[in-house]
Design a binder for this molecule. Structure first.
Ligand code: NOJ
Length: 760
């Protein structure tokens, strides 16, 4: 009931905000095209190139700045029609001012399109995208993106650089937190939902913003997880694993794409015609525009494919990069390149058309100021309804990894509870990385959440040793405390006098995110020592993990009875976690990523190929394995426990064969055999046994989240058509190949009931 009221509440806020739209920018597509052509005809080459130029505001930089572009230069360029877009200008007043300057001072008065990295909320922070993917509820991602758009648009923004839809397989990469994990099917569902959330049904509404599918492509495949590094992948992996979430964004009518910093098979993505022209704008018919990543055009020089900025501009425009973010390459050289006959002006026109089209679709030509609304800004930021939605999202993103002897849920009365660890009292860490305009220290801490739920009397806190030494920020490297043990004995003392210990461990929010690659993904600082010391004096330990990537937790998984994966859950983190710890909400999240046993297993993912030597048949070493560690994950993709138990039975197929004109319905019965109501994410996997290229040992092909009362059963069905069996094979075509398939319905990627069928 509570849930229903909340959803009605949240949906009505959105509805109210949506109906405020005066709708002046809603034109039929061809009407927009007519207006675009009319404007284009009036533009000089300088003005056209200006539309392709994007600078950051000088006061909020998220990368190295080009020389010679100070605030004054920037204003002059706007006046001369040499700037089409800005990022990092925020707030109703500031955006309005800069827009007024563009509209009033430039010859054609073309409005700027203003962008910002609104990744998991604007002021109200939702769980980091990796966490939200653990809910396996695309509707939730759609709602949080919707709310993020409502807040961002009220602050005058038109465009978010989200969703990041990079499939990631290597936990060393700091940006794991920003995507939906390792699986293309789940990733595509989340990507689609997020685009729909940001953009709504009508891009011209004052509370919707243009989305941006990034980073095109294969940024999540960079070698050894080191940020900005190179990616080497074959075409089947590119098409079958990397591209599906991007394609889903195109299907959701995403307005823009961002290319990527990395090379892919030696070619920087920013200069890749194959990606941007052949696949995106050609095969997929994408009619929005592509923005470069931050100076990724300039970085074609250190990549070694361009000798100077002029050559870089030439490569990028030819390859289909429409807008130059902070590269200063187009604005400096494109005009000259056209005049010298090295670039066709029609290419520039095409890029300008794409950008203008989105500006028209946003309604900016009808009312350039419609997004900057100080009253709306004041009213919507962190409003009650948004925070309520953030709490829902937080609790649904939590994954119960271990719960021996049902230590959880905890009783609210009569227990002496020790809460331990710096992360437990942090009001900042749960906000996560890429936190847009989240106010520092504005999250509900774990400690506060537990006190809110129980009243404070039974809860005592000890911080233990410091986790981080000194300053923490978006820009700088963190220093972990490994020497100062002050606080250790007080924490141990408290633990020894308590019935149960809740200890928060994991990562600082600035430990993951851009530029935060690590070679070691185990607990840092004195966290492991603290855990072991506490465990010596009290075995009833519940670990609350806060992290932005999979981390190495072998000792914990072996010794500690309960582990709750709580990621970085946003503004309402503490309240959401407390609901789970005290059983007001029965956790139902499932891992969107495999948890490794050792960093040396990276990249680790469930949908790997079989290899020629998958098993140990002869008892010798000559098979695909490690001699010092299992090759299996510690916790597999799709894994997560509940306070109840579910059994799977009666797996059935409607037919044993499928062909192009038929479908198969696969079903299984799921029963709640425990004592409490619970939700279960029922997962469908297949394996194509023989293909023209080697096929993954399992592939997720469907999932459904159901809720069951104790002793209740439900038959869950999935429809399979040949389309679900298609892949990019040796012929370079996307098609299903006849043969035998295995099929599983189960609770995660490592378990499930198994059967088989044949594609004729
Ligand atoms: C670089 C990041 O890779 C990208 O994701 C982000 O949108 C831009 N910087 C702008 O901040």
């Amino acid at each position: 009931m509570k849930k229903l009221i909340l959803s009605i509440l949240v949906m009505s806020v959105i509805a109210v905000a949506c109906t405020k739209s005066t709708d002046p920018g809603k034109h039929a597509k061809n009407e927009i095209d007519v207006r675009v052509e009319a404007l284009l005809a009036k533009m000089t080459l300088t003005e056209k190139v200006g539309q392709l130029n994007q600078y950051s505001s000088r006061w909020e930089m998220t990368g190295p700045a080009p020389e010679g572009v100070d605030s004054m230069a920037l204003y002059n360029m706007i006046k001369e029609g040499k700037l089409g877009s800005m990022l990092n200008v925020t707030g109703a007043i500031a955006t309005c001012n800069i827009q007024r300057w563009a509209v009033d001072s430039s010859r054609l008065g073309i409005p700027l399109i203003l962008a910002y990295d609104v990744i998991h909320g604007y002021e109200t922070m939702f769980p980091i995208p990796l966490a939200e993917a653990a809910s396996w509820e695309p509707e939730l991602a759609q709602l949080s993106s919707r709310i993020a758009a409502i807040e961002a648009s009220a602050a005058g923004l038109h465009w978010t650089f989200a969703p990041m839809v990079d499939i990631a397989r290597d936990a060393r990469w700091g940006r794991f937190m920003e995507g939906s994990g390792e699986d293309p099917y789940l990733g595509a569902k989340m990507a689609y939902a997020r685009v729909k959330g940001f953009q709504g049904d009508d891009l011209s509404a004052e509370n919707t913003i243009a989305a941006c599918a990034k980073h095109f492509a294969a940024y999540g495949f960079i070698e050894s997880g080191r940020d900005y590094n190179s990616a080497q992948i074959g075409n089947p992996t590119l098409h079958n694993i990397v591209l599906p979430p991007f394609k889903a964004c195109v299907e959701a009518e995403v307005a823009t794409f961002m290319n990527a910093f990395n090379t892919i098979n030696e070619m920087p993505a920013t200069a890749s015609s194959y990606l941007q022209r052949d696949i995106l704008k050609g095969e997929w018919g994408f009619d929005g525009f592509v923005v470069s990543d931050w100076n990724s055009i300039g970085e074609l020089i250190p990549h070694g494919v361009a000798a100077d900025k002029k050559a870089a501009a030439l490569l990028a425009i030819n390859a289909g990069s429409d807008m130059d973010m902070e590269g200063n390459a187009y604005v400096k050289h494109l005009e000259e390149l056209v005049n010298e006959g090295l670039v066709e002006e029609t290419l520039v026109d095409d890029a300008v058309r794409r950008i203008l089209r989105i500006k028209f679709k946003l309604g900016l030509f009808d009312d350039p100021y419609k997004y900057c609304n100080p009253e709306r800004e004041e009213a919507v930021m962190r409003c009650e309804e948004h925070l309520a939605a953030a709490k829902e999202a937080a609790k649904k993103s939590i994954v119960l990894l271990k719960n021996d002897n049902n230590l959880l849920p905890l009783k609210k009365d009569g227990l002496k509870i020790a809460v331990i660890g710096e992360l437990a009292e942090s009001k900042d860490v749960p906000l996560g990385s890429w936190r847009a305009k989240a106010v520092t220290n504005s999250a509900v801490s774990l400690l506060e959440g537990m006190k809110n739920t129980t009243g404070s009397s039974s809860i005592n806190f000890a911080k233990g040793p410091d986790y981080i030494n000194g300053y923490r920020s978006f820009l700088t490297e963190l220093q972990f405390n490994t020497t100062n043990r002050n606080g250790m004995s007080a924490a141990k003392n408290l633990a020894s006098k308590s019935d149960v210990v809740v200890i928060a461990l994991g990562e600082d929010c600035w430990q993951s995110g851009e530029g935060r690659s690590q070679t070691d993904i185990a607990l840092k600082g004195l966290q492991q020592e603290l855990l072991e010391e506490i465990y010596k004096v009290n075995k009833n330990v519940v670990v609350v993990l806060m992290n932005g990537r999979p981390i190495e937790i072998n000792w914990m998984a072996e010794n500690v009875p309960s582990i709750v994966e709580c990621w970085h859950l946003g503004s309402e983190a503490g309240n959401g976690i407390a609901e789970v710890l005290f059983g007001d909400y029965n956790p139902a999240g499932k891992l969107p990523v495999s948890f490794p046993r050792a960093v040396g297993q990276q990249p680790l993912y469930y949908n790997h190929l079989n290899t020629g030597r998958p098993t140990n048949r002869e008892g010798n070493v000559f098979w695909s394995h490690y001699t010092d560690q299992s090759k299996e994950p510690l916790f597999p993709f799709g894994y997560g426990l509940s306070y109840t138990q579910f059994t799977y039975s009666d797996l059935a197929l409607s037919a044993g064969e499928i062909n192009e004109d038929s479908k198969i319905v696969a079903s299984a019965t799921i029963t709640n055999t425990g004592d409490v109501v619970g939700e279960e994410v029922v997962q469908l996997y297949i394996r194509d046994l023989v293909g023209s290229v080697s096929r993954p040992v399992k592939e997720l092909k469907g999932f459904k989240k159901i809720s069951l009362k104790p002793n209740e059963s439900q038959k869950v069905s999935f429809e399979i058509t040949t389309e679900d069996l298609e892949f990019y094979g040796a012929s370079g075509e996307w098609k299903a190949e006849p043969g035998e398939f295995k099929l599983w319905i189960g609770p995660n990627s490592a378990e499930g009931l198994e059967t088989a069928f044949v594609l004729k």
